[in-house]
Ligand binder design. Sequence first.
Ligand code: SF4
Length: 91
Amino acid sequence: MHITKPRTRDDIDELKWELQYDTVRVFIRNYRWHRIIQGRCMYLDEHNFCTIYDRRPKRCREHNPPDCEHYGEFYDVMISTPEELDEHLGK
Ligand code: SF4
């Protein structure tokens, strides 16, 4: 999911809170920031097809395959912890 680069102290604090979860990571590709939420969507069937495809959420409709983590080297920077975010931002 595309996100905006955190700029304010509140933005950074919020993203650091999300990164406390081991199911959340952030990556940067071509200067664009993205959030990854790991896990399996509850709407996938046993064949990995979407069971609500015609009414899937906007986020799913806007998904951009070249940014997908299933396509090889998909990131320039990967951030997995609050400390790595601080380090990347030079805090
Ligand atoms: S398209 Fe969206 S709603 Fe459908 S299975 Fe994938 S993540 Fe879930």
